[in-house]
Design a protein around this ligand. Structure first.
Ligand SMILES: [Zn+2]
Length: 290
């Protein structure tokens, strides 16, 4: 198994070339030399079962690993009972649709603490994740992992430590490490290889199992304000960090094998390929000059 690279959603150029349906994405990505594809239910789970199954068949035949992003409006930490039930339902519905597609990872934003303390919000979020896992098990879908994400805004739940804490309750909870978000949340936190190394150390010391090798990654350059994340950018927009090279060196040195999803704006597949090339060049150097 090697590191898999792919985009979140469809690049502008995919449509400019005359393609219309995401069903064409697996072959398109394979032709480019990519390995993964994240399908977003960010604004709602709207895919029909037969379309999802067709996508899954195409992905399998092209050896593209699909992951799914659950709706953005999920809030695991909500104090409202009805919203909590809805959040569980959206997670379960995402998992069901993920299964149609043959996806085994569902990325989830943890939510916002609001008026609660972060500690209290975290406990609520753990409760909701545990309940969601129970329902997923009862549907026979326990092979699908939920992947809580590190978030880019200070008012959101989802520091690296908080995501590690969420993942501590069940080994099917795989962290989504969004390095752009981590960078933006602390206003430019990732400046060099040591900054990446500290994040990877935290994952390793917190998880102590397969998940520390095969975690999920989101990567893009990102603009931020005092409150954290404000906008995703493309790899060519070099005025915004973080840089991928130091991370690629560490992935090689530590023999890590995450799935890396690129979240650039409109050029996510092209940039995912660029990330893959950077990684492969470090791999071929065998860490010699790193
Ligand atoms: Zn996300």
């Amino acid at each position: 198994m090697t590191i898999k690279f792919g985009p979140s959603g469809n690049s502008d150029i995919f449509y400019q070339q005359g393609h219309k349906s995401s069903l064409e994405m697996p072959a398109w990505l394979r032709d480019m030399g990519l390995d993964a594809y994240e399908y977003s239910f960010g604004r709602g789970i709207r895919i029909k079962e037969d379309t999802a199954r067709s996508l899954g068949i195409n992905a399998k035949s092209q050896q593209i690993t699909i992951s799914v992003h659950a709706p953005y409006y999920i809030n695991l930490a909500t104090p409202d009972e009805e919203k909590r039930r809805n959040s569980i339902k959206y997670i379960v519905d995402s998992v069901i649709a993920a299964d149609w597609m043959g996806a085994t990872r569902v990325v989830i934003h943890p939510g916002v603490p609001g008026k609660m303390s972060r500690k209290e919000a975290l406990e609520k979020a753990k409760y909701v994740l545990a309940k969601a896992l129970e329902e997923i098990d009862s549907l026979g879908l326990g092979h699908i992992s939920l992947c809580p994400e590190t978030m880019g805004k200070k008012n959101q739940l989802g520091t690296v430590d908080e995501v590690m804490d969420l993942c501590s309750i069940d080994n099917r909870l795989i962290p989504t490490i969004d390095f752009g978000h981590i960078h933006a949340r602390d206003c430019g936190a990732i400046r060099n290889k040591d900054d990446y190394a500290r994040i990877l150390d935290t994952i390793e010391s917190s998880l102590k199992d397969e998940r520390a090798l095969h975690f999920h990654v989101h990567f893009s350059r990102i603009e931020y304000t005092e409150g954290g994340e404000s906008k995703h950018w493309n790899l060519k927009d070099t005025q915004f960090g973080p840089e991928f090279e130091p991370l690629a060196e560490l992935l090689v040195e530590r023999k890590l094998q995450p799935t890396i999803i690129c979240e650039s704006r409109g050029m996510m597949a092209e940039d995912a390929l660029e990330l893959k090339k950077i990684y492969l060049s470090k791999l071929n150097q065998g860490g010699r000059d790193v």
